[in-house]
Design a protein around this ligand. Sequence first.
Ligand code: P6P
Length: 342
Amino acid sequence: MNGHRVVTLNEFIIERQIDFPYAKGELSRLLSHIGIAAKIVSREVSKAGLVDILGEVGTTNVQGEDVKQLDVYADEVFIAALKASAECCGIASEENDEIITFDTELANDGKYVVTMDPLDGSSNIDVNVSIGTIFSIYRRISTIGHQAKMEDFLQEGAKQAAAGYIIYGSSTMLVYTTGRGVNGFTLDPSIGEFCLSHPDIQTPVSGNIYSINEGNYIKFPDGVKKYIKYCQENDKETNRPYSSRYIGSLVADYHRNMLKGGIFIYPKTASHLEGKLRLLYECNPMAFLAEQSGGRATEGGNQRIMDIKPTSLHQRVPLFVGSRKMVDKALEFVQEYDEGIL
Ligand code: P6P
């Protein structure tokens, strides 16, 4: 270590609590419990390649434990940690059709609700590609002392109290914002702590990476097709075309573009007018992180992702997110060629 003090996630959360003069530590406790769940899931994800030894899903492994699908396992771990925090009164999870409430006195007094995708991109587990947990935290608007209600979860993304993701990759990182910038923490397995490794992350205002599933090219609106062709021409500043980088795991594609500069697009198509990604636990958290690190996130027009009023838990919206100048340029093509169609 180069002599700098190692700042752990919990130390950072406590130190930053002064940013919120009225904070009584509830959000801090909630974030710390998310960190605990992340360590547990990280341990299991790192063993995923050993499932053959540990036993196939649906069987019992050498320890006599039931082997679960990792995304079901992650869902259970995060739900248990959020319940243990006693600060969360309800959860909307990609793995559950309906909202989850705990209906205990302790939980019903919780001031926050959480939306999450416990293991996004889990289809990539078998090929050892980075996957992630994505979460948003909102202050409840229903009456404290009672169970969480649907209205608590259908708030605009602009109402997020916090958002972040854990990326289970070459290392495990937790990246989050509470509206005071974006900070990244890398898990040091030797001490079992997330340590501040990427303070005050800034998305480069431009870049030369574009991320989109070009396998859907023929179904894209003309404006998106034109933007892809624009990326493939020589960039005037660098005199070379952009690079296409698409992992198929939102957290991994977003994380790379946030650090290096780039744009991620999952647009509407002729067959999926709403796109594929979920507003509550994929697009809103990424949009909060993007805006807090100097980037931009819209649904393909001038409407911010975070201004969309949700109407259902699992609704999908198109997503254009990343370096501000790149999103602006993509929207120029959309406005020129797609206004009013599709
Ligand atoms: P496609 C993973 O299934 C996911 O929800 C995101 O993580 C990812 O960005 C997207 O879907 C990939 O979708 O249609 O390109 O395979």
